[in-house]
Design a protein. Structure first.
Length: 234
């Protein structure tokens, strides 16, 4: 191979390497204060599944939910806070591709004693998202959100309450109770309250993650998540 050809190949390799380094680089976390919620901070990343006005109508919201008062935010976002564990909350939609990776990591970490996870459904991608959200919230009432979600991922989605009940039973839950709770007021209230909390934090899509009072919209890397957990836990 001639010298000029070697140089050309070398240049292409260097260009490819530069693309690998810089093309996949994600922006860092740059937080700003949440004006309506003193003490809370917000950052946005890439990798977000958004909503439209039509999507909001599927959960009975024609103009979006009202924001929560800042004083109520901690109790709503971190509703399953436990003792001295770092409170972590995730807002997700089953059909959001960015959510699945984040939830998978959180499900794997859910049994760790240093964090307490609150699961919030934010169904913004259509009627099937709402159906899954109702089922997931109903599973959460039985303490089985993570198990139910993992079972849904392994079974392959078939959008019907009967299938949801079958999934619940495979996850060790009461399928008949899940079907009843899906259409009940408790699940409806939890969905609406989560939507209001998301509005307050600036979660205009999914996934949204709150670690303590740090709120992040978008596809958070594992190292970034662990850094936040460590920061809050110090």
């Amino acid at each position: 191979m001639k010298r000029r050809d070697l140089l050309a190949v070398g240049g292409l390799v260097a260009l490819a390497a530069g693309w690998q380094v810089f093309g996949v680089r994600r922006p860092g976390l740059e937080f700003r204060d949440v004006a309506v919620a003193p003490g809370w901070r917000f950052a946005a990343l890439g990798g977000v599944s958004g909503a439209s006005g039509a999507d909001l109508m599927t959960i009975g919201l024609d103009a979006g939910p009202r924001a929560l008062p800042g004083a109520d935010l901690d109790a709503v976002v971190h509703r399953d806070r436990v003792g001295g564990a770092v409170p972590v909350a995730v807002f997700s939609d089953f059909f959001c591709p960015y959510c699945r990776g984040l939830i998978g990591r959180l499900v794997a970490r859910a049994s760790a004693p240093d964090i307490a996870i609150s699961w919030h459904e934010l169904p913004l991608l259509g009627p099937q998202s709402v159906l899954v959200a109702r089922a997931a919230e109903a599973a959460g009432l039985q303490g089985g959100y993570a198990a139910f979600y993992a079972q849904m991922l392994s079974d392959g989605f078939r959008p019907s309450p009967a299938w949801m009940a079958t999934v619940a039973e495979a996850a060790g839950l009461d399928g008949a109770r899940l079907r009843r709770d899906m259409g009940g007021d408790v699940v409806a209230d939890r969905l609406l309250t989560s939507a209001r909390a998301a509005k307050t934090l600036g979660f205009i899509g999914t996934p949204g993650l709150a670690v303590g009072r740090y709120a992040v919209l978008g596809a958070l890397r594992t190292d970034q998540m662990e850094d936040l957990i460590g920061r809050v836990g110090v």
